[in-house]
Design a binder for this molecule. Structure first.
Ligand code: PMT
Length: 412
């Protein structure tokens, strides 16, 4: 892995048990070619040792804003960073970042930094769900901070729930997506989507049953996020309509967060009106509960019978609304488990898409949740392009190659 070659990463480590995983983050970053400046808070140093990070990164661990006043360490570190990652990020540091408090080396440095900031929260579920933390995370998000996770899983003390820090590999992959410079593609693809507007949907919609339960699916958002990032790198103006996913927003992409299919439709339709291309990589629920209970459905009341109603089919609606030969170019996906191409071809026709990307989601190395995919791109013009197993970024570029080949030439 060398996607971070030459990139300078400020790695902030704060005081949670997950700090031990930050050592692995440092190791992966160095392995990917990054130069890593670790900054450990006092809390972090109660959990992990400075020597570990100095050994792994080959660089001094900065600890205190008072250490070397003439060097203005916080300003120097902040200015030098291409990207900053706080891993793990405690509720306390999120609160400080949201309010602009700067009372230690990490928070002063982050206040001085102008580079993209990624935070990977880790805390107990109650702390993550506390309205103060929710508010702080929202503030950070609206300020453009990329919030990774947290995952749902085992926590300290035997608890299980949302609050587990994302895996080190995931954090490093998110950084790599973020810092891939816009327009860095070599050869023919560079700028081939410049001047185009591309709308991409990603993730799996959630259809609420009651305030705590929903109907969902396994989509992680990886395929859609890869497409959004690839389109932006090729010069497009990109809108990512994202159903719940903890993936970071790629550089240069405008993100619109939604939860349900109805919200996705409400976000996509107006964006599609001005788009050259719409790519529907999201897994949209076909059905939703007819009624959403306002309070938690109690199991003591017996097994509930949940009546479902159909959701609008956003892709089909876009296909039906479009006059022949008019934009946007429509790219659908089909997640199939058997007879994949036949089902894909039928969907292509039924939804009046221009391209339909078929993936066999019964494979363990393709489709949902994994970093790789293997697809067949079917065209309305009868074309059939096989894309063998590859990383989702590479698959995204192959799909966009087919898009570019079908876009009408620009005036002038
Ligand atoms: O997110 P990942 O973990 O990376 O996984 C990627 C993926 C498997 C989700 C992705 O590659 C994929 O296949 N996405 C489409 C999944 C899906 O919902 O397929 P479908 O066959 O049910 O729907 C066909 C098409 O119609 C899709 O483009 C879908 O976005 C669209 N649709 C479906 C239902 C609906 N109500 N509205 C829609 O627009």
């Amino acid at each position: 892995m060398s996607d971070l070659a030459g990139v300078r990463v400020l790695l902030g480590v704060t005081g949670g048990i997950a700090a031990y995983k930050a050592a692995q983050v440092a190791r992966l970053l160095v392995g990917a070619g990054a130069t890593v400046d670790p900054v450990l808070t006092a809390g972090a140093r109660r959990f992990v040792g400075v020597a570990t990070f100095e050994g792994l990164t080959g660089r001094r661990v900065r600890q205190d804003v008072w250490d070397d006043i003439p060097a203005e360490t916080h300003v120097a570190l902040g200015r030098a960073a291409d990207v900053a990652l706080v891993y793990p990020a405690t509720a306390h540091v999120l609160a400080k970042l949201a309010t602009g408090l700067a009372d230690d080396l990490l928070t002063t440095t982050l206040l001085a930094a102008t580079c993209p900031l990624v935070v990977a929260p880790a805390m107990h579920t109650e702390m993550w769900q506390h309205p103060a933390t929710r508010h702080n995370v929202e503030v950070l998000r609206t300020r453009g901070v990329h919030v990774l996770g947290p995952d749902d899983g085992p926590l300290m003390g035997g608890d299980v729930g949302p609050g587990r820090v994302v895996a080190p590999e995931e954090a490093v992959a998110a950084l790599a997506r973020l810092v891939a410079p816009v327009g860095d593609l070599a050869g023919e693809r560079a700028g081939d989507l410049a001047g185009r507007t591309v709308v991409v949907t990603a993730g799996g919609t959630r259809e609420p049953i009651d305030p705590v339960r929903y109907l969902g699916n396994r989509s992680s958002g990886r395929m859609g996020v890869a497409l959004a990032g690839a389109a932006a790198r090729r010069g497009a103006t990109v809108h990512l309509v994202a159903a719940p996913t903890h993936l970071a927003t790629p550089a240069g992409v405008t993100r619109h967060d939604v939860t349900t299919a109805a919200q996705m439709r409400a976000a996509v339709l107006p964006l599609a009106a001005d788009a050259d291309v719409v790519v529907k990589a999201a897994a949209v629920a076909d059905f939703r509960p007819a009624a959403v209970a306002t309070s938690k459905v109690k199991k003591e009341a017996g097994v509930p019978a949940i009546e479902l109603v159909r959701n609008p089919d956003i892709l089909a609606e876009l296909g039906a609304a479009r006059a022949p030969g008019q934009p946007p170019l429509l790219v659908g996906f089909a997640a199939e488990t058997d007879d994949v191409e036949a089902h894909g071809r039928a969907k292509l026709e039924r939804k009046r898409a221009d391209l339909l990307v078929v993936n066999d989601v019964s494979s363990t190395d393709a489709g949902f949740e994994v970093d790789t995919n293997r697809v067949v791109i079917l065209g309305r013009d009868g074309s059939r392009t096989v894309v063998p197993l590859a990383g989702k970024d590479a698959v995204a570029d192959r799909i966009l190659d087919e898009v570019v080949a079908r876009l009408p030439a620009r005036d002038g």
